[in-house]
Every structure is written in structure tokens, then in C-alpha cells.
Design a protein. Sequence first.
Length: 84
Amino acid sequence: EMGKKREPTAFDRFTYNIFKLFSYCLQFVGAFFFLGFILNLLGFGYTVDMEHGLKVDKIQNIRNEVQFEMEIEREERAELNGSA
């Protein structure tokens, strides 16, 4: 009949829930980057790693830390190349 609505199938419900999950994930990622942008405007930044998780700090401190880590890696590479 024309006016009768059909019940959603299991596949319909499954695909709808996948769509909803994807939508929530995109909203979370968008909010995460938006907050990062606001932090940057205020002079802060964040780093995420498996060891420390989420870390918020002043941008200058983050830059110094990254530069320090890059220097250590460069020295380690130089030692490996020198000992070969």
C-alpha cells in the first residue's frame, strides 16, 4: 500500500548505526582540531604520543623539546654512521 511505512531491515539499522558512529567520530576530530587552533591562538600547543598521552604546553616549550629530540636522533645517526 502507498501510505504504509516499511520496517527497517537489520541491514538498514546496521548501516545507519555505522553512519552515526562515523558522524560522531568526525565531530570529535573536528572539535579536537578546533580546540588545537584556539590553543595556538593563545600561544599553546599540544602533542600526543603513546608514552605521555595528550600534553598541552606553550608552543615555545614544544618547539624546544622537538628540536632537542631531533638533535639527539641526529647525534645517534652520526654515531651509527661513524662506527660502521
